[in-house]
Design a protein around this ligand. Structure first.
Ligand SMILES: O=C(O)CCC(=O)C(=O)O
Ligand SMILES: [Fe+2]
Length: 380
């Protein structure tokens, strides 16, 4: 536990940044300054008027509940257990966070996977990128095309946002691009290789009378940036501030919630904060809450400890002034400095979904679960 942070560097609400400020040279600097503050204090922000087509956002919100209304056989056909890439459907209550059951049902998807000639097929973590499982076209017409079009637009935004973050933190232009390229890839600087990003559709049912309210327990996200579309009007998302208090992040019209994952925190030497967050289940008798997070990936072979970024003195000072975290209820991913990012991600998936691991990664399963199949998976 560190010393108490200076109050002015803590936060009691999540900052709202208006993307349209970027359109004019007169207002752009204000956006960059607000971004710098958001990254170094809350590690969370609302992006208002994001450049992802409003009709696509509306359509994925409309389609999300219908995925869970498919007949049980259709969901069974899409089970994550079929996929060595941990993509597909997970039933309600299959996961734990910090020892308690998460009351959510979800389906993991990903941006299109293009099979490539890969060096180093012996690296098991390369299997994490693969084809998603989609509902059949006649079961949910338009689902796949709508969702893939949505993910393509969020991916473009995610790279644009990384450039803005580099600028806000005083890095030379393109400094963060090395995170998106495998270290031994011999491409010109111009070509960005095709990365696969993950996304989920999540359903949080109302809590049952007398049951707990953990939709998902306190955790950090693992990757680079998360873009969360809150797909129903329910509150429930909360973000932990430096003093340990839980701050509400309710859905706001025409926004994404954007937050920093542990890989981005690590590569910025802790200047941009990964922030602990959780979701409380809707109250007894409520309709379900839905959300759609997009998790930006980096190249699988990149080991963050090998990337040395040079930050200006005044930026490093912001981290010092913020002070240490008072309290967090989440556990750290310390491994990003030491291991290739793909391996860190694979270990997280194995711990969360042991049934998938036992089938597709038997050696790693034995290593992490020497006593056989646990009742539940638990990443954190
Ligand atoms: O459902 C939400 O609003 C947040 C979900 C989340 O934090 C996650 O899946 O990592
Ligand atoms: Fe999260």
């Amino acid at each position: 536990m560190g010393s108490a942070p200076a109050p002015s560097f803590d936060f009691s609400s999540i900052p709202i940044l208006d993307y349209t400020l970027l359109a004019s040279p007169a207002t752009r600097p204000a956006f960059i300054a607000q971004l710098r503050t958001a990254l170094t204090t809350a590690g969370f922000l609302y992006l208002l008027h994001p450049p992802v087509a409003p009709d696509l956002r509306a359509n994925v919100c409309e389609l999300a509940p219908r995925l869970f209304e498919l007949p049980p056989e259709a969901k069974e056909r899409m089970r994550m257990r079929n996929s060595e890439s941990f993509l597909g459907y997970s039933r309600l209550g299959a996961e734990l966070t910090r020892g308690a059951i998460d009351m959510r049902e979800q389906c993991d998807f990903a941006t299109p996977f293009e099979a490539q000639i890969r060096k180093g097929e012996e690296k098991e973590y390369l299997r994490l990128w693969g084809p998603a499982q989609w509902p059949a076209e006649d079961e949910l017409p338009g689902f796949r095309t709508t969702f893939e079009a949505y993910l393509t637009q969020v991916e473009v935004l995610s790279f644009e946002f990384i450039a803005l973050i580099g600028e806000a933190l005083g890095l030379r232009s393109g400094a963060l691009d090395q995170c998106f390229v495998d270290p031994d890839t011999d491409t010109g600087a111009s070509a960005r290789p095709r990365l696969q990003h993950r996304a989920k559709i999540v359903k949080y049912p109302a809590r049952a009378p007398g049951a707990g309210d953990q939709g998902v327990g306190p955790h950090f996200d693992g990757g680079f940036l998360t873009f969360l579309l809150q797909a129903s009007p329910h509150p429930g998302l909360q973000v932990q501030n430096l003093a340990g208090a839980w701050i509400d992040a309710p859905p706001l019209p025409d926004t994404f919630v954007v937050n920093i994952g542990k890989a981005l925190e690590t590569v910025t030497q802790g200047i941009a904060r990964a922030t602990s967050h959780r979701v409380l289940s809707p109250p007894v008798g409520s309709t379900p809450r839905y959300s759609i997070p997009f998790f930006q990936s980096i190249a699988q072979d990149v080991r963050i400890g090998d990337i040395k970024l040079e930050f200006p003195e005044e930026i490093l000072k912001l981290k010092e002034q913020r002070g240490a975290l008072g309290v967090t209820e989440s556990v750290n991913y310390a491994e990003y400095n030491e291991l290739p990012s793909g391996l860190v991600n694979l270990i997280g998936r194995i711990k969360s979904h042991p049934d998938v691991a036992e089938r597709h990664y038997p050696e790693l399963f034995k290593k992490f679960f020497p006593n056989g199949m646990p009742l539940y998976g638990s990443a954190y």
